[in-house]
Write a protein that binds this ligand. Structure first.
Ligand code: GLU
Length: 409
């Protein structure tokens, strides 16, 4: 698999060629301000000691405090976290929020830990990094496999260590712990607002057939949101495999099925077993809109040529390699890039942070009334910028973001 950070840097090389940026700004964006590795000892339920490796990468804080989630995954490593932190810097700039880019992680499969072990590990991450993070310095959030409950443990640990009671050190908290209404669905909802803003220009102003890879927070919410807007969800997959029905899947029933059985495969709709497909087949589904909502590097030069979607909206971070981007561009497949498409999550994280610092509580409607224009305006700006530079939307988003960072240096 291509290293995610090399992919991120290949994207940076590409934009540097297209826009003729000053060498200094490109040089600054080539490495993080700092990357920190910590070891986190945890006494397991059986009394043995395990040491986990944790990370925080503070990439760039020109626009504001470092901002970005914490990922728990067995294959998480510092290079992946660095790439994700780089993309966070651009993402915050694309949507014009006063935040920089950071990311964190722990190399762990959280699914094999008990709740007590998971809590100790999460509190341990904060204990090791409490002097690095802070409401005005570096504000983490959820990412793959990290939940509101984990954010609440972390906020509590930070308060114990520092006495800070604002809760603004971390976002994505449960509502009762100072979280914002709308944060749980914000990534998918933001992607939908971006899609709505661009659908006419992209020729998708119709009932679309949609395929979604990933059925976690982003993917499952996207399935619900697109379906309730009248679109047809023809395929979804989780980490194991997928299901395909050209007449449309019943998302609500599928969510219940996944909850009960732990997988989407095996789903029965109206008494008929729905066709099982692999994750690779899902990506190659004939559809109007493909939404990768899982991991990096799933569309590469190996399979880009087989993609049949008209438009791809990246709810995952980094799902398409730089080489695949070129193949898709030549096939006239439009990619709505991660740094725009999934920025609804960090946008509402920013709203949460803002509410915490002002001790305010916005309604669900207030949150989405702020999110919708932010996403629509950013999407339109990205589209215009790409058009003016005769490039794809990813490069349009990169140009917009880098210009904003450069102006604030
Ligand atoms: N992990 C999410 C992302 O990749 C959200 C980050 C945040 O809310 O700070 O955008």
């Amino acid at each position: 698999m291509q290293d995610p950070f090399s992919n991120a840097m290949a994207q940076l090389d590409k934009v540097a060629k297209i826009k003729n940026f000053d060498n200094d700004i490109i040089a600054r964006l080539r490495q993080p301000n700092r990357d920190i590795k910590v070891s986190i000892p945890v006494v397991m339920d059986d009394g043995t000691l395990k040491i986990y490796e944790g990370y925080r990468v503070e990439y760039n804080n020109v626009l504001g405090p470092y901002k970005g989630g914490i990922r728990y995954h067995a294959s998480t490593n510092i290079s992946e976290v660095k790439a994700l932190a780089f993309w966070m810097s651009l993402k915050c700039a694309v949507i014009g929020i006063p935040m920089g880019g950071g990311k964190g992680g722990i190399t762990v499969n959280p699914k094999v830990l008990s709740k007590t072990e998971l809590e100790k590990l999460s509190r341990g991450w904060v204990q090791k990094l409490s002097d690095i993070i802070g409401p005005r310095k570096d504000v983490p959030a959820p990412d793959v496999n990290t939940t509101g409950e984990i954010m609440a443990w972390m906020a509590d640990e930070y308060e114990k260590i520092t006495g800070d009671k604002t809760g603004a050190v971390i976002t994505g908290k449960p509502i009762e712990n100072g979280g914002s209404l709308g944060r749980d669905t914000a990534t998918a909802q933001g992607g939908f607002f971006a899609f709505e803003a661009l659908k006419e220009q992209l020729g998708l102003n119709k009932k679309c057939n949609v395929a979604i890879q990933g059925f976690g927070n982003a993917g499952a919410n996207a399935a619900e949101i697109w379906q309730s807007a009248g679109h047809n969800i023809v395929a979804v997959s989780d980490s194991k495999s997928g299901v395909y029905n050209p007449d449309g899947l019943d998302v609500e029933k599928l969510m219940q099925f996944k909850k009960d059985s732990g997988a989407v495969s095996g789903f029965i709709q109206n008494g008929v077993a729905v066709k099982s497909i692999s994750n690779e087949e899902l990506l190659e589904t004939d559809c109007d809109l493909l939404i990768p909502a899982a991991f990096e590097n799933v569309i590469t030069e190996e399979n880009a040529d087989k993609i049949k979607a008209r438009v791809i909206l990246e709810l995952a971070n980094g799902p398409i390699t730089s080489a695949a981007d070129l193949i898709l561009f030549n096939k006239n497949i439009v990619v709505i890039p991660d740094v725009l498409a999934n920025s609804g999550g960090v946008a509402v994280s920013y709203f949460e942070w803002d509410q915490n610092l002002k001790n305010e509580h916005w309604t669900h409607d207030e949150v989405f009334e702020k999110l919708q224009p932010m996403m629509a305006e950013s999407a339109n700006k990205v589209f215009e910028t790409a058009k003016n530079s005769n490039t794809d939307l990813r490069m349009g988003a990169f140009i917009l973001a880098i210009e904003r960072i450069e102006q604030n240096l």
